[in-house]
Design a protein around this ligand. Structure first.
Ligand SMILES: [Zn+2]
Length: 274
């Protein structure tokens, strides 16, 4: 059965690099992604661009260019464009519209918390309208953040309810299950059929035994509460989280074959129209 990872990055991360003591070029990072995917039998991954562009964070257009260089005819790599009020312009949004239309990107991601705006801030509305116009999903960072300067009241999953209710045609993916507010996330999922959630980024590096047990019970509870397995997506947050550790975690969830297939690829293919 195929495996689709709906949440990976090509950024350099200080905390990760300190461990590895090296800074890789964008091309090296893409090669590392492809190699890691091959080693773990991952069929496709969706690369998310960041909330800002700098030496460690490639722009969406840089990611499009480097993916083009790599022969992507089998659709191995998808791209979702990060959008922030603070660091993106009208021109960026114009490009995103064009790229969505041409299928070069598969959605847009907000970084609430990394920037200090609630998802229901009216300045995001044009992003929602573009996603609806072209039928692609919106990803929203929810829960804890990989930066000490983030303010997490903006990334609390409860904020997503506002957007989901006011934009019923918009498909929304809550990243990271709103961790640690997974109970809140499950209520938003249960209540709003246009909301999905990815399981990425629950740990940095590898699952310990206790983290695996903890998140397994949380995900079981969530699925039980939501009552159907059609809106949970497999994602890792690589390179922050380890791909092989995530795969063994997914196996340990002991889902039925149907639910497992929905999690590992079907739901993602459906919502991103892959
Ligand atoms: Zn991420």
């Amino acid at each position: 059965m195929p495996i689709v990872d709906c949440h990976v990055h090509l950024n350099n991360y200080d905390k990760i690099n300190k461990r590895e003591r090296k800074t890789l070029s964008l091309e090296e990072r893409l090669n590392a992604l492809l190699e890691t995917m091959d080693n773990n039998n991952i069929d496709s991954s969706i690369i998310l661009s960041s909330y800002k562009v700098d030496i460690d964070r490639p722009s969406t257009s840089q990611i499009i260019d480097i993916v083009k260089k790599y022969d992507n005819k089998d659709g191995k790599l998808g791209i979702v464009a990060g959008f922030t009020i603070d660091n993106h312009t009208e021109e960026d949004l114009g490009n995103y519209r064009k790229w969505l239309k041409d299928g070069l990107i598969k959605g847009i991601k907000l970084y609430c918390g990394y920037e200090y705006y609630y998802p229901y801030d009216e300045r995001y509305q044009r992003v929602y309208d573009i996603c609806v116009e072209y039928g692609f999903p919106l990803m929203i960072h929810t829960g804890d953040a990989f930066s000490n300067t983030a303010k997490i009241r903006y990334s609390h999953p409860m904020n997503v309810d506002e957007v989901a209710v006011d934009n019923p045609e918009l498909n929304i993916i809550m990243c990271h299950l709103g961790n640690p507010w997974i109970t809140d996330c499950q209520e938003i999922l249960y209540k709003n059929r246009n909301v999905y959630a990815d399981i990425s980024g629950l740990i940095v590096g590898n699952f310990t035994i206790s983290a695996g047990t903890h998140y397994k019970s949380k995900i079981k509870e969530l699925l039980n509460y939501v009552g159907e397995p059609h809106r949970l997506l497999y994602g890792t947050d690589w390179p922050i989280s380890n791909m092989s550790s995530y795969l063994s975690f997914a196996q340990k969830l002991e889902l039925s074959q149907d639910s497992h297939d929905l999690l590992m690829f079907k739901n993602t293919k459906n919502v991103f129209k892959l």
